[in-house]
Write a protein that binds this ligand. Structure first.
Ligand SMILES: [Zn+2]
Length: 414
């Protein structure tokens, strides 16, 4: 393996030479260091990728895909759609070779946890492989009957590696514990949690329900694995990425070992045909030098429970991280202490700096007392009097609950 600086240098130069978007934005000088060269690259947002989607292909890829409908083609580039948790999905592309290289790295990490795991004894709740589709109809259906059907299959087939998102795993864990489901002699070697931030409390719940170790894999559809949990429980960066942490309100890059949280900015050292260079992930983290006893020298990433869209946008810029998910959980607690126990589901959207839209699924009717109390508790916890709290009663299947299930999102760019 080449030292990562050489790989980074190669990727950056390849992008300048072969990708129109970077060729027109970055000016290279022959004597420049890799760090200085990297600093000349713009920090890329999802909006920017969407806007310039046709200029991010390499010249090699453009040549091969000329006149071909990308979604009917599976020869050279394979399209994927991101999950769209930040509001809109984007289409990204990887070559078969790139996917192969990324998969090899991921399997190496998994085998460090348990060397018995392989593609044959792995079960994915989120991307169902072809051979499992025949047996299980729909693993994304989280109705109790559907969960029971999948569990029956798992208990019977005993996969060694179970892979899913924390939110799905939590639903399964809740079902197992609430119904005292006996998993018989099925004991996965480990459960891999992927795609979303895994909180400590969710990890504990999943561990208890499945009686199995939960391993956190941090990555994204765009670049795949970014970090993988080691035997000591720390998330070490993959060799296939270069990670920087950007300040939350500017493009300034924070020093490694800084105490401040910033946003993860990732550069893939593998992807060349549709590269991701200095790409803002929307996740909040700190980057630390490793002195981990597992022996890995890779830097350690410490993720915050909230993503950037879960943060309350403050009108006055401040360093305080106000996590909307926990703040409104607090408001619900206040309501419960006042005797309002009929809130069965909710979602809050900060649609303007001073406007919070609250969608509630209620057992009873929405009355003025309820509205006044909810409003007052919200303002108190927000420490702002001049905000509007707009409360709406909705049904359980209202479109507001579609997609990822964050209970708070801010639609304001911060
Ligand atoms: Zn370690």
């Amino acid at each position: 393996m080449y030292p990562s600086e050489a790989r980074l240098n190669y990727i950056l130069n390849d992008a300048i030479n072969n990708v129109e978007y970077f060729r027109t934005r970055v000016h290279r000088s022959e004597t420049i260091t890799t760090t200085d060269l990297l600093n000349q690259f713009p920090i890329l947002t999802k909006e920017e990728v969407k806007k310039h989607k046709d200029h991010l292909f390499s010249d090699r890829a453009k040549e091969k895909i000329k006149g071909v409908d990308l979604f009917s083609m599976d020869e050279f580039l394979i399209p994927e759609s991101t999950s769209g948790s930040s509001g809109f999905p984007i289409i990204i592309y990887k070559s078969k070779l790139e996917r192969f290289q990324l998969a090899i790295d991921l399997w190496a990490k998994r085998r460090l946890i348990d060397e018995r795991v392989n593609q044959e004894n792995m079960f994915c709740l989120i991307h169902l492989p072809h051979n499992q589709k025949k047996i299980i109809k729909d693993t994304r259906n989280l109705h109790p009957d559907a969960i029971q059907e999948v569990l029956n299959y798992l208990i019977e087939s005993k996969p060694l590696l179970l892979h899913s998102t924390p939110s799905d795993l939590v639903k399964y864990a809740g079902y197992i514990l609430d119904n005292n489901i006996d998993l018989k002699d099925w004991k996965p070697a480990f459960i891999e949690s992927n795609s979303e931030i895994l909180t400590e409390s969710d990890k504990e719940l999943i561990t208890t329900a499945f009686q199995s170790k939960v391993v956190n894999a941090y990555g994204s559809r765009e670049v795949w694995s970014i970090a993988y949990e080691c035997t000591e429980g720390l998330l070490h960066l993959s060799d296939n990425v270069h990670v920087e942490i950007a300040s939350l309100d500017s493009d300034e890059i924070l020093e490694t070992d800084s105490d401040k949280y910033g946003e993860v900015v990732v550069t893939s050292l593998i992807l060349r045909e549709y590269p991701f260079i200095r790409y803002r992930m929307g996740d909040l983290a700190k980057l630390k030098t490793s002195n981990c006893s597992c022996g890995s020298k890779s830097q350690v990433i410490e993720l915050h429970d909230a993503r950037k869209i879960n943060l309350i946008h403050q009108v006055e810029s401040s360093n305080k991280i106000a996590n909307g998910v926990s703040l409104f959980k607090g408001v619900l607690w206040d309501m419960l202490s006042k005797g309002y126990s009929g809130i069965s589901r909710y979602k809050v959207i900060q649609s303007e700096p001073k406007l919070f839209e609250v969608y509630l699924v209620l057992e009873g009717e929405l009355n003025q007392n309820f509205i006044t109390n909810f409003s007052e508790f919200s303002k108190r916890r927000l420490e702002q009097d001049d905000v509007t709290i707009l409360i709406k009663k909705v049904d359980n299947d209202h479109e507001i609950f579609n997609g990822k299930s964050y209970s708070f999102i801010s639609k304001i760019k911060i």
